[in-house]
Design a protein around this ligand. Structure first.
Ligand SMILES: [Zn+2]
Length: 163
């Protein structure tokens, strides 16, 4: 979607991430390097856990993002489970900031669809669609079951080309 926005609006779009439960967006933000989102660690403590067991995972491993607010006063959040899947990037950023970064959120742990035993995330469908020329990042997934078998159909907007 960012590629589409950049091309259509002639602007450079930056990814920000936030939850309405924890002061909304701007808890994390990309810098000019656009290689992950810096977490404002002076206000939020990020952890990654295994979404199935709840066990803490080391930096670099993919799992569910858990946040603890450090400076909020009215409504504290301690180890708040976001359901968003990402990983903490340990390598230093070329921008020079020392705040750790997280990978862009690719999917949520509760978005997963199981189709005939295969785990499918809507973001995987979107990624595949965006590689097809003439498609727009607007789609819907329709799930049905026929004769006991899961069926998945994807409807997508396309650009019209008149000749
Ligand atoms: Zn940076």
């Amino acid at each position: 979607m960012r590629v589409h926005i950049d091309a259509q609006a002639s602007v450079k779009a930056y990814d920000i991430y936030g939850l309405s439960e924890i002061i909304g967006p701007r808890r994390t933000s990309e810098c000019a390097a656009q290689d992950g989102l810096h977490v404002f660690e002076n206000h939020f403590y990020p952890e990654i856990i295994d979404p199935g067991t709840g066990a803490s995972l080391p930096d670099g491993e993919e799992g569910e993002l858990v946040l603890t607010t450090l400076s909020k006063k009215a409504m504290l959040m301690i180890r708040y489970r976001t359901r968003d899947i990402t990983r903490i990037i340990t390598e230093p950023c070329i921008c020079g900031r020392t705040l750790r970064r997280i990978r862009r959120i690719g999917f949520r742990s509760d978005d997963m669809i199981i189709i005939r035993g295969v785990n499918v995330f809507p973001s995987q469908v979107e990624t595949a669609l965006l590689q097809v020329e003439g498609t727009l990042p607007h789609y819907r997934i329709i799930l049905t079951r026929e004769r006991g078998l899961d069926q998945m159909a994807v409807e997508v907007e396309v650009t019209l080309q008149c000749h």
